[in-house]
Design a protein around this ligand. Structure first.
Ligand SMILES: C[S@@+](CC[C@H](N)C(=O)[O-])C[C@H]1O[C@@H](n2cnc3c(N)ncnc32)[C@H](O)[C@@H]1O
Length: 443
């Protein structure tokens, strides 16, 4: 089912080589990196590792200077000294996990590509990694509750067949579902190295030593906590991890019986409406989409109009040919570390939707083309452009820049240069303009 993300040809799995263009994709700790430009992605991981090391070092130096120069109470001194030790240990362990996979620090040479805010660091999801594989031992119910919510919407048909989990992170829910739904195969994809590499070792039966630094520790003892991350149960065969981009997934259409999006649809796609056709396209007819997560959007990532409530999500899904069969809303504990005084609860929406073949015409939004979903693809001179009347000069400028070669991001770069459009908003802004122009030319 693997498709080359560069040319669309069929791809072998291990080693990952395209049978058409011959491109060989790298693997890290046995996890293939099936993205169009794998070395650029891996370079970003190395740059982030260097940034993590530098920031960890700077924090420790500051703490050590405070301990040496300030008049501190014995408690404060002990806490700061313990924090400095925890930081050093955390640095060592993270460098080791990445180093074992062949990823080492590199001074940044190219800017961080625009992505999801708060995901630009190597430790972005470190607390989730601890939650997935360490906190159960101290009574955390988060993993159990997540599986239970999904199990309830799957009843009475828990069998999952061939499963794709998009944005699997540290893979706990993905691997629990693999077991619960007796999946034939589960492919867990993500683009973030640390959670995936830890998951890889834990799932293989290893234990991984990491350090948790709670944001608001309970007491001196919990300023840092050494943890040994491990899986309670052996993960059944057929669980496969892959580094792949949700917006350019390397799979033939209709490859899966089940697609799972855990804590993903609000955080990662800029506009869920354009991502629904991707989910539908991955499913075989009659296949099921399982969603689990809240609807909490990043204001800088998702425009107000695309911050859909649960009712809108269900209506959009139906319009895209994904009819929700069962749904529930549960207020669930979220990142309530046993070591921390802080913890959240989120309203989590869990639903299962079936791919239907007939999309009701009055509801059916036309499926957006790939170049609207992926801003790095060339924008063609599509039908209707010539007679299009722009409602605003910016729309006119965008239309003039569509030459069949430039991508959305390249059009945005020209507008930044010539019209002083703000750099951080240009890509998303031009993407929205193009989606609107395309929609208007369809009417
Ligand atoms: C909110 S986290 C949820 C992680 C995990 N499902 C969980 O519940 O802990 C979103 C996940 O999506 C991943 N992600 C972000 N952009 C992605 C992309 N373009 N392709 C694949 N995964 C992506 C992130 O690395 C992160 O693991």
């Amino acid at each position: 089912m693997l498709q080359c993300p560069r040319c669309g040809g069929s791809c072998s799995a291990l080693p990952p080589v395209c049978k058409s263009c011959g491109f060989g994709f790298p693997t890290y700790a046995g996890i293939p990196v099936l993205v169009a430009r794998p070395h650029e992605l891996v370079d970003q991981w190395s740059f982030r590792l260097a940034e993590f090391e530098a920031s960890n070092d700077a924090t420790r130096v500051r703490i050590i200077a405070d301990v040496a120069t300030k008049s501190l109470s014995p408690g404060a001194r002990a806490r700061l000294e313990r924090l400095a030790r925890g930081l050093a240990l955390q640095r060592e362990r993270i460098v080791a996990v990445l180093g074992e996979a062949g990823i080492s620090a590199l001074a940044r040479r190219s800017p961080e590509p625009e992505g999801v805010p708060s995901e630009g660091s190597i430790t972005s999801y470190l607390h989730h990694v601890h939650r997935d594989w360490a906190w159960d031992d101290e009574g955390s119910i988060e993993n159990r509750e997540a599986l239970a919510a999904v199990a309830r919407v799957l009843e009475p048909q828990p069998q999952l067949g061939a499963v794709l989990v998009i944005g699997a992170g540290a893979c706990r829910l993905a691997s629990d579902l693999h077991a619960y739904g007796r999946a034939d195969v589960t492919i867990a994809v993500d683009i973030n190295p640390l959670p995936m590499l830890v998951a890889r070792r834990v799932i293989a039966g290893d234990s991984v030593r990491l350090v948790e630094l709670p944001v608001a520790p309970r007491d001196l003892e919990h300023v840092f906590v050494e943890r040994s991350l491990h899986a309670e149960h052996v993960v059944r065969d057929g669980f496969v991890q892959l580094f792949a981009d949700a917006f350019a997934l390397p799979f033939a259409p209709g490859s899966f019986d089940t697609v799972v999006t855990p804590w993903f649809i609000d955080q990662v796609p800029r506009d869920l409406a354009s991502f629904l056709p991707v989910i539908r396209g991955l499913l075989r007819p009659g296949g099921r989409w399982i969603n689990h997560g809240p609807l909490i959007y990043h204001p800088s990532h998702t425009e107000l109009a695309a911050r859909y409530g649960s009712d809108e999500v269900l209506a959009l899904a139906k319009a895209a040919g994904l009819v929700v069969q069962r749904s529930r809303a549960d207020r669930l504990p979220y990142l309530q570390s046993p070591a921390c005084t802080r913890g959240r609860a989120e309203m989590v929406f869990t639903f299962v939707a079936a791919r239907v073949e007939v999309v009701e015409p009055e509801l059916g939004a036309p499926t957006p083309p790939a170049w609207i979903v992926d801003r790095s693809l060339s924008v063609p001179r599509f039908d209707g452009l010539d007679g299009y009347e722009p409602p605003h000069p910016l729309f006119g400028a965008v239309v003039r820049l569509i030459d069949g070669e430039r991508s959305t991001d390249q059009i945005a770069a020209v507008l930044v240069r010539d019209f002083h459009l703000p750099v951080d908003a240009a890509g998303q802004g031009v993407g929205s303009c193009l989606a609107e122009i395309w929609r208007a030319t369809r009417q």
